[in-house]
Design a protein. Structure first.
Length: 267
C-alpha cells in the first residue's frame, strides 16, 4: 500500500524552505504521537494516539488543513495491569474524526519556539459533531442514534454500542464505549525542524456504556498525577512517507510511530 514500509521510513524531512530564521514554522506534514497515562485498577496504563497532520503557517499562526486520527491503544504494565485493543474501530475513526481547522501558534521565544495548540475535542462511537460539544452529555447504552436524533453509533459493525475495546490482563472481556477526550499543548521546545517533544494537557470521559465480562471492566481510569508522563512527540514527514489515500496514510502513520516518535510510542 502506498506510503507503507518505504525504504526511507526512518528518515526525517528537512525544514521547509520558507521556515523563519528561528526554525519555528510548523508548515508541512507531521506524525504526532500522544503519550498519556491513566491509573486503572491501581495500575498504570500507557495510552497512545497516532495522528497525521498537514499544517499551514503564516506568520505566528497556523491552521491544520488535514488531520486524521489513525489509531489509539492502551497498554498495561505490572502484574495487575490490563490492556485495551481498539483496532477494529481504527478505520472508522480515521474516516470520521478530523482535526481539520485546529489552530495554534508557533513563535520564537527564549529557549526555542513557543507552541500553542488549540484545545480540541474528539469523540469516537457517537454522532459527530454533536458530541464534540462538551455541553452535550455523552450517550448511554439506551441512546442509539437515529436519522434525526444523536446517540451512540456502532463504528466497528459488531452489533454493540460505540467502539469495542478488547481487554486482556488481570481481567478479560470487552468494553463498549463512546469516549470523549480533549487535548491542548502550551509548551516551549528547542526548535521544530524535525522531531520535538511537548508537554500535553488532556482529559477524557471514558463513557463505558456496557461490557461483556466482569463488572471490573467498567472501572474508571483516572489521569496519572505525574505530569511528566503526558506529552506529545512530533516528527516531520519526508515526501515519500505516509502518502496515498487516508487509509494508506494511517497505515503508515501507525507503522512509523515507533521509529520516528519512539519516546511517545513506548511505555
Amino acid at each position: 500500500m502506498a506510503g507503507a514500509g518505504t525504504s526511507s521510513s526512518d528518515a526525517v524531512a528537512p525544514v521547509p524552505s520558507d521556515a523563519n530564521g528561528a526554525g519555528c514554522d510548523l508548515s508541512g506534514r507531521w506524525l504526532s504521537t500522544l503519550h498519556y497515562v491513566t491509573d486503572a485498577l491501581g495500575q498504570l496504563q500507557f495510552a497512545h494516539t497516532y495522528i497525521y497532520y498537514e499544517i499551514a503557517q503564516q506568520g505566528a499562526a497556523f491552521t491544520v488543513n488535514k488531520g486524521l486520527l489513525c489509531g489509539d491503544d492502551a497498554i498495561g504494565e505490572g502484574a495487575f495491569a490490563v490492556t485495551a485493543d481498539f483496532r477494529t474501530s481504527w478505520s472508522a475513526a480515521a474516516s470520521r474524526v478530523s482535526y481539520k481547522g485546529r489552530t495554534g501558534s508557533s513563535t520564537p521565544a527564549s529557549g526555542g519556539c513557543k507552541l500553542e495548540f488549540q484545545k480540541w475535542y474528539t469523540v469516537r462511537g457517537a454522532t459527530l459533531p454533536y458530541y464534540t460539544d462538551p455541553a452535550n452529555p455523552l450517550p448511554t447504552a439506551e441512546e442509539k442514534a437515529t436519522d434525526t436524533t444523536p446517540g451512540w453509533e456502532d463504528w466497528d459493525n459488531d452489533g454493540n454500542p460505540g467502539v469495542t475495546g478488547v481487554v486482556s490482563g488481570v481481567v478479560n472481556g470487552k468494553i463498549f464505549v463512546a469516549p470523549r477526550a480533549w487535548t491542548s499543548i502550551s509548551a516551549t521546545v528547542p526548535d521544530v525542524s524535525s522531531v520535538f517533544k511537548a508537554a500535553l494537557q488532556w482529559n477524557q470521559e471514558a463513557n463505558v456504556m456496557s461490557y461483556d465480562g466482569t463488572p471490573l471492566l467498567a472501572s474508571e481510569a483516572a489521569r496519572a498525577t505525574d505530569t511528566s508522563l503526558h506529552f506529545a512527540q512530533f516528527a516531520r514527514l519526508a515526501p515519500d512517507q505516509a502518502t496515498g489515500d487516508d487509509a494508506a496514510i494511517c497505515k503508515s502513520i501507525v507503522a512509523l510511530a515507533p521509529m520516528l516518535t519512539p519516546e511517545a510510542a513506548g511505555l
